[in-house]
Design a protein around this ligand. Structure first.
Ligand SMILES: CC(C)(COP(=O)(O)OP(=O)(O)OC[C@H]1O[C@@H](n2cnc3c(N)ncnc32)[C@H](O)[C@@H]1OP(=O)(O)O)[C@@H](O)C(=O)NCCC(=O)NCCS
Length: 165
């Protein structure tokens, strides 16, 4: 399977919302109701918000927003917010039928290359305590548990900046 990782563009917004909705239903079915999930996606994946974040990412500002494509079709995405030498991984979601094939790792690795070039030395994220697939994926990719925040686990990974090399 040939997978490419590219910056997201405005044309990807509708596909991205559908992936987020499908992935949330697949991932959080035992945690949240479908009604809650649909409401969450409508609120947090509004077209206006995505347009703003994609635009910021395209001009290399404080957002990193990448998509994974198979035969030009979007199948997953990763989004991070950066501030000085820190980053927060906000979202990493794949179409359920494309999970467990190494695509999440590819997205994360590409994001890490960008972070290191920007001088980022620490990446943090929150993962739901009951999201065993997410937890196990992040642990296998070098994240360590740092804290518990209500229903979520705080994980962190140190990065080696290559900004001035
Ligand atoms: C988490 C996610 C992004 C990982 O990407 P991925 O391409 O599926 O993962 P990779 O193939 O790169 O890595 C494989 C590892 O991830 C975990 N994993 C991924 N998919 C899995 C699945 N369907 N069942 C069980 N474990 C799975 C396992 O730890 C696996 O390691 P293993 O091969 O030794 O079992 C993806 O599974 C996904 O979108 N999950 C749903 C959304 C989610 O939980 N996102 C994180 C929110 S914080």
């Amino acid at each position: 399977m040939c997978v490419t990782i590219e910056k997201l563009s405005v044309e990807n917004i509708e596909e991205l919302i559908e992936i987020a909705r499908d992935s949330w239903k697949w991932t959080y079915a035992c945690i949240y109701s479908f009604e809650f999930i649909n409401h969450w996606i409508d609120e947090n994946y509004s077209r206006e918000r995505l347009l703003n974040e994609i635009t910021r990412a395209q001009s290399d500002r404080d957002i990193i927003f990448l998509g994974s494509f198979v035969k030009s079709k979007l199948v997953g995405f990763i989004e991070l917010k950066t501030e000085a030498d820190r980053a927060e991984l906000l979202r990493l979601y794949l179409k359920p039928e494309y999970t467990h094939r190494g695509i999440g790792k590819l997205l994360l690795l590409e994001a890490e290359v960008i972070m290191k070039k920007k001088g980022i030395v620490q990446c943090r994220l929150l993962v739901h305590q009951k999201n065993n697939i997410g937890k196990s994926f992040y642990e296998k990719n070098g994240f360590e548990v740092k804290d518990i925040d209500a229903d979520h686990i705080v994980m962190e990974k140190k990065l080696q900046s290559i900004k001035n090399i």
